[in-house]
Design a protein around this ligand. Structure first.
Ligand code: ZN
Length: 279
């Protein structure tokens, strides 16, 4: 089991340099690098600078985050997604980072589950063809919002299973799992090797379908039945990466190092109940 930091957590006022420094200092194993923050970093530094940081640090890169709204896109918008994928593939070997996340689109109009599956699988196959020669894995994240075309664990898992490629798996985000009422029985029935990462967070106690990213809270501080979800994962043998991912504007106003430290404490406390002594 490894603890990871997703840069969305402090993205409003932080930058990759600060996230690297404070994640290393406060004991995170891994970092998910936001592609927009990476591009900004590369205006000031080289990819080799970043590689040399990781070479001399305990902290390692885990994934690039991410390719957004991949399905039902215009030709021009889809080309931009492909370009982002080509960029991270080109950096993968230098940085030793071999995963990229991707997520589905909102407000796509009237489509059945089967139509959405077909369109999403088509796009994922295309992206996976680009990624495969680089040894890059693609982690698909369902989004727990009523307007998103893939919004439950079961629907996301069905797509990943239908794609049936070794380099394609799922992100299970606790917030998204809770927000549209995903079922832990579906975790119990899943091929656990298809879960590439778990996003750690919590959320205010709101009605189903009403949760937004702004409502996210530190792990353990909200209404998600985290222990039941983690128990289901643990029973299936999941022992992979848990990545702290928040988007709460109130936290973005905090001191960056303080927030990164608190994030580690909160994440460790929740995981420690299921994965033994941390640290
Ligand atoms: Zn997430």
């Amino acid at each position: 089991m490894k603890i990871c930091y997703n840069e969305a957590t402090m993205m409003k006022h932080s930058c990759l340099e600060k996230d690297l420094e404070f994640c290393e200092k406060h004991g995170y194993d891994l970092i998910e690098i936001r592609i927009d923050m990476l591009k900004e970093y590369l205006t000031r530094h080289s990819a080799e600078d970043l590689a040399s940081f990781f070479a001399s640090s305990r902290l390692k890169p885990f994934a690039f985050n991410g390719l957004e709204c991949i399905n039902y896109r215009s030709e021009a918008d889809y080309m931009a997604i492909r370009q982002d994928l080509e960029l991270v593939c080109s950096l993968s070997k230098t940085l030793g980072c071999y995963m990229v996340t991707m997520d589905p689109t909102f407000d796509v109009g009237h489509h059945t589950i089967a139509e959405i599956r077909e369109e999403t699988c088509r796009v994922i196959h295309d992206l996976a063809e680009i990624a495969q020669p680089f040894g890059m894995q693609l982690a698909f994240e369902f989004i727990g919002h009523p307007q998103c075309c893939v919004n439950t664990f079961a629907q996301g898992y069905d797509i990943v299973r239908t794609v049936s490629r070794e380099n394609v798996g799922l992100v299970l985000d606790l917030f998204h799992f809770h927000a549209m009422g995903s079922d832990t029985a579906d975790i119990a029935a899943a091929d656990i090797s298809k879960i590439f990462m778990v996003h750690m967070n919590d959320v205010e106690d709101l009605p189903r379908g009403a949760c937004t990213d702004d409502d996210r809270l530190w792990p353990g501080d909200g209404a998600i039945d985290t222990d039941t979800i983690l128990t289901a994962l643990r029973l299936r043998g999941y022992d992979g990466v848990f990545s702290l991912e928040l988007f709460r504007p109130e936290y973005w106003e905090m001191d960056i190092e303080t927030a990164i430290r608190i994030g580690m404490e909160k994440t460790s406390a929740v995981l420690g109940r299921h994965y033994g002594q941390m640290g």
